[in-house]
Ligand binder design. Structure first.
Ligand SMILES: *[C@@H]1O[C@H](CO)[C@@H](O)[C@H](O)[C@H]1NC(C)=O
Ligand SMILES: *[C@@H]1O[C@H](CO)[C@@H](O)[C@H](O)[C@H]1NC(C)=O
Length: 296
C-alpha cells in the first residue's frame, strides 16, 4: 500500500517518466515504464519497443499489438501469414491472430490442413472429417451435437429437431409444445392452428403478405411496411407497463421492475434467480471485509 502511494506521488510530481518518449537519460529508459510501455534505448533516445528493434529468436514476441517473426538475421512485425518468410516462424507465429502453415510459402491454415484426429476447428471455422478429408462445416445435417447446432452461424439456419441437426423450418414440428419451444438463432415458431385437434406450426417470417401477418398478431406477428416483411415482436419491443402486460395473449410478457423493461415471463424468472445469487455473493464479500477489518 505504502509503495503504491509513493509510486502515485512520484508520478504526479514528475519524478518518474510517464512514457518512453519522456525519458532523457539511458538509465531511466527501463524495459517497462508505468507497467504498460515497453521501451528501448537507441541512438534516437528512448523509444517504444517494436519487433524491428529485437534480436532473433523473436517468434513468441508481440510488440505494439503485432506479432514478431524471424526474417534472416532480423525480427520483423507481421500482420498476415504471407508476410512471414521463415518456415520455422510460420508454424509458430500467429500473424494477425491467425494460425499459419508453410507449403511453398506461408499462408493461412485451413480445415484441409488437419488430419482426422485433429480435425476440429481452424481459424474460427468449424471443421468436419468427411469423405476422407478434413473440410469446412457447411451443412446443418453434418452437425452431431445439439450445442453446436443451436449456436452455429451457417448460410442455413440450423435447429435441433428429432434428435438431429437440420435446417430450421417450423413446419417440421408436429407437436404443439415442441412447436412453441422451437427456435433458431433468428426465428421462433408458434402453433397457428385454430382448433386443438391439429398442429400448424409456423413462423411470422414465413408469412409474406400483410393480411396473413396481422391475422397472427396474437403470436406477436407484425407487418413491417419498410421491408415488406412479417416479423415476430419480442416482449422487449413493448415500452410501457400496460402494452407489455397485454402483449400477445396477455400471458407471455411481464414488466420487469428492476430493469424497467418488458421481459418474457421465463426471462424475468431467470433474471430474478441471477439477482438472488448476486445479492448472496455481495453479502459474502461484505462479510469477508468485516472479518478482515476485525483481524487487522
Ligand atoms: C528461421 O528462424 C529460426 C528461429 O525461429 C532461426 O533459427 C533460423 O535461422 C531462421 N532461418 C532463416 C532461413 O532465416
Ligand atoms: C380440445 O380438446 C379437448 C380434449 O383434450 C376437448 O375436450 C375439446 O372439446 C377440444 N376443443 C376443441 C375446440 O376442439
Amino acid at each position: 500500500m505504502l509503495i503504491l502511494i509513493f509510486y502515485c506521488l512520484s508520478l504526479t510530481m514528475g519524478l518518474s517518466p510517464l512514457v518512453c518518449g519522456d525519458v532523457t537519460q539511458e538509465k531511466d529508459c527501463l524495459d517497462i515504464i508505468n507497467g504498460i510501455y515497453q521501451c528501448k534505448w537507441t541512438t534516437n533516445g528512448c523509444v517504444n519497443m517494436k519487433c524491428e528493434l529485437a534480436t532473433p529468436p523473436c517468434d513468441q514476441m508481440i510488440y505494439e499489438n503485432k506479432a514478431c517473426s524471424t526474417s534472416g538475421a532480423n525480427c520483423v512485425s507481421v500482420s498476415e501469414c504471407s508476410e512471414i518468410d521463415n518456415q520455422t516462424s510460420c508454424g509458430v507465429v500467429k500473424a494477425g491472430g491467425m494460425d499459419c502453415i508453410w507449403d511453398t510459402n506461408c499462408r493461412i491454415k485451413q480445415c484441409s490442413d488437419y488430419d482426422q484426429t485433429t480435425c476440429k476447428e481452424s481459424n474460427g471455422d468449424n471443421c468436419i472429417f468427411k469423405d476422407g478429408i478434413c473440410q469446412k462445416l457447411l451443412l446443418c445435417s453434418d452437425i452431431i451435437t445439439q450445442e453446436l447446432c443451436q449456436k452455429i452461424d451457417l448460410d442455413d439456419q440450423c435447429a435441433w429437431i428429432n434428435n438431429k441437426c437440420d435446417i430450421f423450418d417450423c413446419k417440421s414440428y408436429t407437436n404443439s409444445n415442441e412447436c412453441f419451444s422451437a427456435f433458431s438463432s433468428t426465428d421462433s415458431c408458434f402453433n397457428g392452428a385454430t382448433d386443438n385437434s391439429s398442429v400448424k406450426c409456423m413462423s411470422c417470417f414465413s408469412l409474406t403478405n400483410q393480411c396473413d401477418c396481422e391475422q397472427y398478431g396474437l403470436y406477436g406477428c407484425k407487418w413491417q411496411t419498410q421491408t415488406g416483411s412479417c416479423y415476430r415482436q419480442k416482449c422487449e419491443d413493448f415500452e410501457d407497463t400496460i402494452t407489455c402486460q397485454q402483449a400477445f395473449d396477455g400471458l407471455t410478457c411481464v414488466w420487469y421492475n428492476p430493469m424497467d423493461q418488458c421481459k418474457s415471463i421465463a426471462n424475468a424468472n431467470e433474471l430474478d434467480r441471477q439477482c438472488d445469487l448476486y445479492v448472496f455473493s455481495q453479502i459474502l464479500i461484505f462479510g469477508l471485509i468485516i472479518q478482515m477489518i476485525i483481524y487487522i
